[in-house]
Design a protein around this ligand. Structure first.
Ligand code: FES
Length: 555
């Protein structure tokens, strides 16, 4: 809720700045057009509703920014976050003089706060005033753009929209500042005429010297209040830590002898940062991206507070099991926990939106296909490495396309062999039918490949395919970028063993009766064998199929 309020108040302020800069940009045409365009600006913002929304947003944005800094236990921010915070703080002194010199000058002394007054007073104020006034939009703009980037970078449309957003982010401030600069130059030219500035200040009812001093005093007072709040926020942080230390400490074990102990009140992500343990956090700890998710164990795991609705929503999106939480959202109570980050520290926005219910591991009924080229060693003998790679890649492409068009998932290529999974997101019946269909397509694809390569091969390529189905452990396995969804277990070993049996039986396909029964397909014409599989109890009924391409296509 707080994050959203901060974001929406930021949107309001951003819209205000855009309209302000577009108004400035009219200075590129003429002073008259610039002032005429201000009527629209005044129409939007200078009415009770516009003023309430604008100043309400300003107050909310500033207060919530302070609150979020106070609430954040570890001030280990990225460079971009530091830049955004620094610019946000800089907006206060730069913007305060402008607001007091226009809005309050109008409210207190009836000054006309339009362009003539602002540009005229800049001329009188000299280079310091001009530099301050012109740096204000840049500071606000960069602060806002960083905020927008953090808010939008996980949105699916962001990447496509980036070129247009980038163009807008450059054009709007450049046009605005250029327009204001040209308007200032025009006023400076006019000010060469004797009495021009005096007339201008008369017309806009410029404040007297005493009133100007008063306005400066108000501006400095307001700046001091903002500064005092900032200092109070930083002073309150160690006091809060001292207070919370009385409640007890939290110990997190990351394995590999890495652990961190801190007082309560920190999120797991903050504790990781304090301990210098790399941790993914694409959204910067805002609870949106899910890349910081961790598996939590340990004796005190049950003490963890339940996930808030927002966290639960994000966890549901990635299909996280109950022992997985967002590290940026959980503040563990005193106790001893073990923590395992589930994504590499370098995870990016793509991982944030990747939904893989199997990623956290679990048992699932799937169909598995193993295939291997028969006698590939002798085929490759005497061939140049380039030819071997070319041949294998043609084979892999044909095989991969056959598997994927049947609905399977290529798991890995091992040497000249291939392993594929079926049914990660489908029922066991569909999985088994898909596996059979893939075997048929592979066989057909191999025939086509042999024809295409007939001039290059001494003998046609032949493959052996093993198919089996059953429960397997499915999950994301591997390390960092080399991690992927795969399967292990007895079913996988059996499928691999069936593939090697194709040699023994002299056929292209050996498929378990279990898989055929699940698929609802009878291969009465194929030889039935009861085979022993190493490491497996009992015998397994299998069918040996001479040519997989003879299987009936699946509807
Ligand atoms: S860092 Fe993005 S959800 Fe935690």
């Amino acid at each position: 809720m707080i994050g959203r309020l901060r974001l929406w108040s930021g949107y309001v302020l951003f819209f205000y700045v855009v309209t302000h800069l577009l108004n400035h940009a009219l200075g590129l045409i003429s002073l008259r057009v610039l002032e005429a365009g201000r009527r629209w600006f005044v129409f939007i913002w200078h009415n009770p509703a516009g003023q309430t929304v604008l100043y309400g947003a300003l107050l909310i944005h500033f207060s919530l920014a302070l609150w979020s800094l106070y609430h954040r236990r570890a001030l280990k921010l990225s460079h971009w976050e530091w830049l955004q915070w620094s610019l946000g703080i800089l907006v206060v002194p730069l913007g305060m003089i402008h607001v007091v010199g226009t809005r309050l000058a109008h409210e207190f002394y009836g000054v006309e706060p339009g362009y003539p007054w602002v540009l005229g007073s800049l001329l009188v104020g000299g280079w310091e005033s001009i530099a301050r006034q012109f740096s204000l939009p840049m500071v606000v703009w960069v602060h806002a753009c960083i905020g927008m980037h953090f808010a939008w970078r996980l949105k699916p449309w962001y990447r496509d929209a980036l070129p247009y957003l980038y163009a807008g982010a450059l054009l709007v401030p450049v046009a605005g500042i250029a327009g204001a600069a040209i308007a200032l130059r025009d006023v400076a030219d006019l000010a060469q005429r004797p009495g021009f500035l005096e007339n201008l200040f008369d017309r806009v009812r410029a404040p007297t010297a005493a009133q100007v001093a008063n306005l400066y005093m108000i501006s400095y007072t307001l700046q001091s209040v903002a500064l005092a709040l900032l200092v109070a926020m930083f002073a309150a942080r160690p006091l809060r830590d001292l207070w919370e230390r009385r409640a007890g400490v939290v110990r997190l074990d990351y394995g590999e002898r890495k652990s961190v102990t801190q007082p309560t009140g920190f999120t797991i992500l903050e504790m990781s940062r304090i301990a210098g343990i790399p941790h993914a956090s694409v959204c910067g700890g805002r609870g949106r991206c899910s890349t910081c998710r961790v598996r939590i164990g340990g004796v005190d795991r049950d003490k963890l507070p339940p996930a808030e609705p927002e966290e639960a929503k994000v966890l549901a999106r990635v299909g996280a099991p109950p022992n997985v939480r967002l590290a940026c959202q959980v503040r563990p109570p005193p106790g001893h926990y073990s923590v395992t980050p589930l994504l590499p520290a370098s995870a990016g926005p793509v991982e944030a939106y990747r939904r893989q219910p199997q990623a956290h591991g679990g048992e699932q009924y799937i169909a598995i296909l193993f295939a291997d080229i028969r006698g590939f060693t002798s085929i490759s003998e005497g061939k140049l490495p380039y030819d071997v790679v070319f041949l294998l890649n043609r084979y892999f492409r044909a095989t991969g396309q056959a598997i994927e068009s049947a609905g399977g998932r290529l798991d890995k290529f091992i040497g000249d062999g291939v392993m594929a999974l079926f049914g990660l997101n489908r029922t066991p019946e569909v999985a088994c039918r898909q596996a059979l269909d893939a075997a048929r397509r592979m066989s057909e694809a191999l025939t086509d490949l042999n024809e295409a390569l007939s001039g290059d091969l001494d003998q046609p390529l032949r493959i052996g395919i093993g198919l089996h189905a059953g429960p397997a452990i499915v999950g994301e396995m591997g390390y960092e970028r080399a991690a992927q969804i795969t399967a292990i277990g007895d079913t996988v070993n059996t499928a691999s063993r069936l593939e090697t049996l194709t040699k023994e039986f002299g056929v292209e396909l050996v498929v378990s009766q279990e898989l055929l029964d699940r698929a609802g397909i009878s291969l009465e014409g194929a030889a039935l064998h009861n085979v022993e599989i190493r490491g497996r109890q009992g015998r397994l009924a299998v069918r040996a199929v001479e040519r997989a391409s003879d299987l009936t296509p699946m509807s």
